[in-house]
Design a protein. Structure first.
Length: 234
């Protein structure tokens, strides 16, 4: 198995570099990367950048340059108050890019085109950690409180981010297995977002989520490899 780990937002990457400060980080046209040894595994760790443009470009660049057979995106997301709890880890099964505004038609065809169902049939039957399997909506914007009722009604969404929709879409068109795990750092409700205007709070919680995801990553990779090797019970 040859996995590459993409970390998107700058705050997430800052947290990762604090976890692995001694690594030899190199530059690419899109972001920093390093060859990381995690436990006994040799991984490529790549900063994908924030937003759909960077996410799509770096996903394609990583697949072209490193030829991974597994693309892993570890990161954060914002949750909808009352529909999900902080620190929940979402295993993304489907992504919808919702911030498409088409005024010649109703936009449903365009949104459907950029909707991606992530094939996770290759994962173990029993997952190594408890997660919420489900949908993540993506847009080049933080969650607007006034959008939440629409996102719930149309998509039954519980959380949103900026990048997973683009990563999933590009990876599927390249036929590369994709594992997206996103942790909820903060909640947004009628009164706004608890981290809005408080970037330090976001960074603090992002550090906690990224540490948790990287602590858990070796067991995810071990479990996936056991499925590939045909171990019983997986």
């Amino acid at each position: 198995m040859k996995p590459v780990i993409i970390v998107s937002a700058d705050g997430e990457w800052e947290a990762v570099k604090k976890l692995f400060p001694a690594e030899n980080y190199q530059n690419s046209p899109y972001g920093e990367f390093t060859n990381l040894t995690l436990d006994t595994r040799h991984l490529t760790l790549f900063h994908g950048g924030w937003g759909k443009i960077s996410a799509a470009a770096t996903a394609q660049y990583v697949m072209d340059q490193f030829k991974p057979d597994l693309l892993v995106n570890l990161g954060t997301c914002g949750g909808f108050e009352g529909r999900i709890k902080r620190e929940t880890i979402i295993l993304v099964e489907k992504t919808i890019i919702y911030d498409i505004f088409e005024q010649m038609t109703d936009g449903s065809e365009e949104i459907a085109f950029y909707t991606t169902t992530v094939d996770l049939s290759w994962l173990p039957r029993v997952l190594p950690f408890p997660v919420l399997r489900g949908l993540l909506v993506s847009g080049d914007r933080d969650i607007l409180a006034q959008d939440i009722p629409m996102l719930v009604q149309k998509y039954q969404a519980v959380a949103a981010d900026w990048e997973s929709g683009a990563i999933a879409w590009v990876a599927k068109r390249n036929g590369v297995r994709t594992l997206i795990l996103r942790g909820v750092t903060d909640l947004v409700g009628d009164s706004g977002g608890e981290a809005y205007g408080d970037y330090e709070l976001f960074l603090q919680r992002t550090g906690q989520i990224m540490r948790k995801l990287f602590d858990q990553l070796p067991r995810w990779l071990d479990a996936i490899e056991k499925v590939e090797q045909g171990y019983r019970g997986y």
